[in-house]
Design a protein around this ligand. Structure first.
Ligand SMILES: Cc1ncc(COP(=O)(O)O)c(C=O)c1O
Length: 367
């Protein structure tokens, strides 16, 4: 018997998420060391030393279940962002928030809208609950908010996913465009604004979507500790929403979806503003280094507001494989309908250097 036949057709149709290749896997395959991984938008500085200390301390009580309500973490978030506990949902990474929102609000026959080239988990989360996803063509790789609103209204969508900045394109929507979109959208359509890379935004682009929750009870804002806080491995993210939306999402959440080590790490990480500032500064310089290097190689790229950059390379899978042999892992993004592009995460100066020289070598050989 083929047991996959037991799964609903919409589950069988899911194309699995392709994560960045782990360093250990490439080491095993090629027997090389000194590999640089710039494939998963991780923080090259690691995490805050205060978060590390908090995790080591939390391990002492690892035999106990975590606080299923995440009181300490919600208190820290509440203090930082000025929201009530009832407006906060905690997740196993912000990926969990995306899936939980889909699970809470979508079912077979419902529709969700997202942009072409937007984060891969939006279609996955939509499909996993049997709902229909509508991908709206992008403008210059960025979200076309007007077309997304039209599609949402026409298709009677229940949920719209927006990534700002978006991964893998790095494109950014200014606050005014988002506000215009929210004001024009019927209030019975939910909007999940995914701000996984929010902390990387330069000062002049900053906006406060959390404050918008007062005006828009249909808004869900999700954030993560995986990127600027450097805690991708412990899996912790969060979302802010109106109390009744948050309540629905909490109902489908596993009672202990955020482990105790992750909760402790997140509380400590939130206190360490200096670490996030250093992360930002490193990212800003690394972005300059990589864009200058790509210019020099005569390669086109999409200007990015995140901690990564997508560049056009032609035969991307060939270059990707050659880069692997040279000990550099980047991310192919053909599944985002960007077969001629590769995405590179911004690393330490030495890692960026290694990437740029490997790329120069690969280009010379592949041409
Ligand atoms: C746009 C976007 N949203 C959400 C996530 C999920 O990250 P995490 O589950 O680690 O918070 C990612 C991860 O790459 C992302 O790029």
């Amino acid at each position: 018997m083929n047991y996959s036949d037991l799964a609903p057709s919409y589950i069988r149709a899911i194309a699995p998420y392709q994560p960045g290749k782990p360093i250990a896997e490439l080491e095993r395959e090629l027997g090389i060391s000194g590999i640089v991984k710039l494939a998963s938008n991780e923080n090259p500085l690691g995490c805050s030393p205060q978060a590390t200390a908090a995790m080591l301390d939390a391990i002492k009580t690892i035999s106990l279940y975590p606080d299923g309500n995440g009181f300490e973490l919600k208190s820290a978030l509440s203090k930082r962002f000025g929201v009530e506990h009832s407006a906060i949902v905690l997740g196993n990474g912000s990926n969990d928030m995306l899936e939980l929102a889909a699970r809470a609000f979508l079912t077979v026959g419902d529709t969700a809208v997202y942009s072409a080239h937007a984060f891969a988990v939006y279609p996955l989360a939509t499909q996993a609950v049997g709902a229909t996803g509508v991908s709206v063509p992008a403008i210059n790789f960025g979200h076309d908010l007007k077309a997304m609103r039209q599609a949402a209204v026409e298709k009677k969508a229940k949920l719209v996913f927006i990534a700002n900045p978006n991964n893998p394109t790095g494109t950014f929507l200014p606050a005014a465009a988002l506000l215009e979109f929210m004001r024009a959208l019927p209030a019975n359509i939910l909007v999940l604004l995914d701000e996984a890379y929010n902390e990387y935004l330069p000062q002049e682009c900053r906006y406060d979507a959390v404050a918008w929750l007062q005006e828009f009870p249909n808004l869900i804002v999700s954030r993560t500790f995986s990127k600027a806080y450097g805690l991708a491995g412990v899996r912790v993210g969060y979302a802010f929403a109106g109390a009744d939306v948050a309540d629905m999402i909490n109902r489908v959440r596993q009672p202990f979806n955020v482990n105790s080590v992750a909760q402790a790490a997140a509380v400590a990480a939130l206190q360490d503003g200096d670490f996030v500032r250093r992360t930002n500064e490193l990212n800003r310089r690394g972005m300059q280094q990589i864009t200058a290097g790509l210019h020099k190689l005569g390669l086109e790229f999409i200007p990015s507001y995140g901690n990564f950059l997508s560049f056009k390379i032609g035969d991307a899978s060939k270059v990707y494989r050659r880069l692997l042999e040279l000990g550099v892992i980047v991310r192919p993004i053909a599944s985002y309908d960007m077969a001629e592009y590769l995405r590179v995460s911004i690393g330490l100066e030495s890692e960026n250097d290694k990437f740029l020289s490997a790329l120069a070598q690969a280009l010379g050989e592949v041409k």
